[in-house]
Ligand binder design. Structure first.
Ligand SMILES: C[S@@+](CC[C@H](N)C(=O)[O-])C[C@H]1O[C@@H](n2cnc3c(N)ncnc32)[C@H](O)[C@@H]1O
Length: 366
């Protein structure tokens, strides 16, 4: 019996009602009619996978990756790229409406949909590959279509790997570092050079990273003091350093903080003060009057104390960069009495996956 798909959920799964119960169906698109096989039955909803498609959505395509469906990396590769962008735009708009109560207009910056990732993490359990979704099983891969070619070339050379995890990272000049070689690469983006060690954080898509830098640069005002929270190897602090007399940055990861200090020197920057520790601890030490806050937290968003402190500092502008729209919207809901949205844009940092980067510039209400 065919099931009719009503909608897509935030993970790119088809949504249907069967006997009054919601079913989330992998590999199914809106308006399709599909045959399904149940994979999990729960009290309030079920999960299933579409095993054949009786009526196809015109945006469906055959995923070009042979591991798609088995590998847990990509999840919307069976959707054509234009529709992936539409899906992500609607996702961000709906989440912000639902969790922050705000209606927004949204543009999205597209990316190359393949060969964009500058870093991959592989797992080893006798075979080297990616983990299956929600599982510790490893599926062997020879190459990854969303990774840069230099990473795939390096992968061909690897023999007898015996650690549990292998991180491989490259730059736009195709230099490679990995858990086997250690060392560092230098990445040049928008006239800045970033030293990146194997364990440091860096945005995975250089083209989109450059677009993000431009957007921030175009949307922030000239200020006296700026504060960059969750600052990684110094990226967004350096953009702010062109507009602010002084920038304070806070980063907890040892390797990223060390790189931030090195990058300040490498770029002859004299007005960025890098601080090492947790944002929720170090933010208390800031006694300068802050006019601009840039924040780019991990997926979990900002903690309550940090948001409270920001609301006491009341900077004129806040730039909020986020790879998880639901925590962005949750935090925006706490800031919206004092701030309004000056500009907002989505950036497709992670094509072929349901993940999306969003950037919000907030201005204090007076
Ligand atoms: C999404 S990354 C952003 C990095 C940087 N803004 C960039 O664009 O490259 C988040 C960063 O926050 C750091 N981090 C996570 N939790 C933190 C905390 N509680 N305090 C300070 N830094 C934290 C991570 O190590 C990571 O470098």
């Amino acid at each position: 019996m065919s099931t009719t798909i009503k909608d897509l959920d935030y993970y790119g799964r088809g949504v249907a009602k069967i006997n009054n119960k919601t079913v989330f169906i992998k590999n199914a698109l809106s308006d399709e009619e599909v045959e399904i096989e149940y994979t999990k039955e729960k009290k309030n909803f079920d999960e299933a996978v579409a095993t054949s498609i009786d009526k196809e959505n015109s945006h469906r395509r055959k995923a070009p990756c042979p591991y798609y469906g088995a590998c847990g990396g990509c999840n919307i590769m069976h959707i054509d790229y234009d529709y992936q962008l539409e899906f992500k735009k609607e996702k961000v708009k709906n989440i912000i409406k639902k969790l922050a109560g705000l209606d927004i207009n949204l543009d999205i910056e597209p990316s190359n949909e393949f060969n964009y990732r500058n870093k991959i993490t592989l797992h080893n359990n006798g075979t080297l590959g990616y983990k299956k979704e929600s599982s510790n099983d490893v599926i062997h891969i020879d190459k990854c279509l969303i990774a840069k070619e230099s990473i795939n070339n390096y992968l061909k050379e690897i023999k007898d790997f015996d650690k549990e995890e292998l991180v491989i990272r490259t730059n736009d000049n195709n230099e490679i570092i990995s858990s086997l070689t250690e060392g560092y690469i230098i990445e040049e983006i928008n006239d800045f050079n970033f030293r990146i060690d194997i364990n440091s954080f860096f945005q995975v898509n250089n083209y989109i990273c450059s677009k993000v830098f431009n957007f921030i640069n175009e949307n922030i005002s000239e200020v006296q003091n700026a504060l960059d929270l969750y600052s990684g190897v110094g990226t967004l602090s350096f953009i702010a350093s062109k507009k602010a007399k002084r920038v304070y940055s806070i980063e907890v990861n040892d390797s990223s903080y060390k790189n931030a200090l090195e990058n300040i020197k490498l770029n002859n920057i004299t007005n960025v003060v890098a601080m090492h520790g947790k944002v929720e601890d170090k933010i208390k030490e800031i006694d300068a009057k802050i006019d601009l806050i840039i924040t780019d937290p991990p997926r979990s968003g900002m903690d309550a104390f940090t948001i409270e402190t920001i609301l006491k500092m009341l900077p004129k502008e806040i730039v909020y960069m986020s790879c998880e729209p639901s925590t962005l919207a949750r935090d925006l809901n706490l800031l919206k009495d004092k701030y309004e949205i000056k500009s907002i844009k989505a950036f497709d940092m992670f094509p072929n996956t349901y993940h999306i980067e969003s950037l919000l510039v907030l201005e204090r209400k007076n």
